[in-house]
Design a protein around this ligand. Structure first.
Ligand code: GLN
Length: 275
């Protein structure tokens, strides 16, 4: 067995016994070596400094530092979102929803449409939509720190968007073809039980959805019809047990309600059309 394979095997064993995905070892080593995961087994030299760095990263991963904190960024639909302490780290589940929205925009609209990303956080959703569809995207958040991160990311990736400080719809004007949100949706009492990676790295403001976790859905669904064009669409990321409650809230002013699942088969986002 070559040196790299040995180092990887040892790291994977450590992660496995701590119940952490062994794949993380491959991502971290490819990051240290500056190659892709698929190229890892074709590289045949590694310096002592690289081994030391890799071992340091594995130690930190064993302390439950999140992957994006260790690597310094998350790749979200081709956009690099730098790690920061002010916003939720972009999730793969959110990537699924955003990718579906992008495909639907490309298929159903020929003109430039207006899109609002509420609770934008790092800006991952709005930036990816603007980048891939050329839509006129407004991204808002209550947190100035989050908006700073979103703006930095927009500039670094050369994506043209409007960024606005707003407590949900408070400072929003005009109407949109699509409103998207991945709001905080964890019930306050459940926050302490989240994985250490989430508790250490993601801000409370981005997680806490009130007593039953549904506060933001109530507020968004109540006001969204006023900010949507006729037949405008609303997309909401949800917690896996929230589909029924959120669907119930939507029924008054929305139709064509569809609950979408993620790769794990769990309810993950809802789309609905303004009646
Ligand atoms: N919209 C951002 C994301 O999807 C932030 C979500 C949040 O802060 N709850 O990652």
């Amino acid at each position: 067995m070559g040196k790299i394979e040995n180092i990887l095997k040892e790291a994977k064993n450590k992660l496995k016994s701590a119940d952490i995905s062994v794949k993380d070892a491959e991502f971290l080593l490819s990051n240290v070596l500056g190659c892709s995961v698929s190229q890892l087994y074709t590289v045949n030299t590694i310096t002592d400094a690289q081994i030391e760095k890799f071992e340091y990263l594995i130690d930190k991963r064993l302390e439950h530092y999140s992957m994006d904190r260790l690597i310094g960024y998350t790749e979200f639909l081709g956009i690099k979102i730098p790690y920061n302490v002010h916003t939720l780290s972009p999730r793969q589940e959110t990537e699924i929803m955003t990718d579906d929205i992008i495909k639907s925009i490309k298929k159903n609209y020929s003109e430039k449409i207006k899109v609002l990303d509420l609770c934008t956080g790092s800006g991952c959703i709005g930036l990816a939509v603007a980048h891939s569809t050329g839509a006129d995207v407004t991204m808002s958040d209550i947190s100035i720190d989050a908006l700073d991160c979103a703006e930095t990311c927009a500039i670094a990736n050369n994506i043209d968007v409007t960024i606005l400080e707003s407590n949900l719809f408070d400072n929003i004007t005009g109407v949109f073809d699509i409103i998207i949100s991945n709001p905080p949706y964890i019930a306050t009492s459940e926050i302490d039980g989240l994985e250490p990676e989430v508790l250490y790295d993601d801000p409370m403001l981005a997680l806490d959805g009130g007593d039953d976790g549904l506060d933001f859905y109530r507020r968004i669904i109540n006001l969204a019809p006023r900010f949507l064009n006729p037949k405008g669409k609303l997309y909401l990321e949800i917690g896996c047990l929230q589909a029924k409650s959120v669907t119930g809230m939507l029924k008054k002013e929305f139709g064509n309600i569809i609950v979408h699942r993620d790769y794990a088969g769990l309810d993950r986002y809802i789309e609905a059309e303004k009646l």
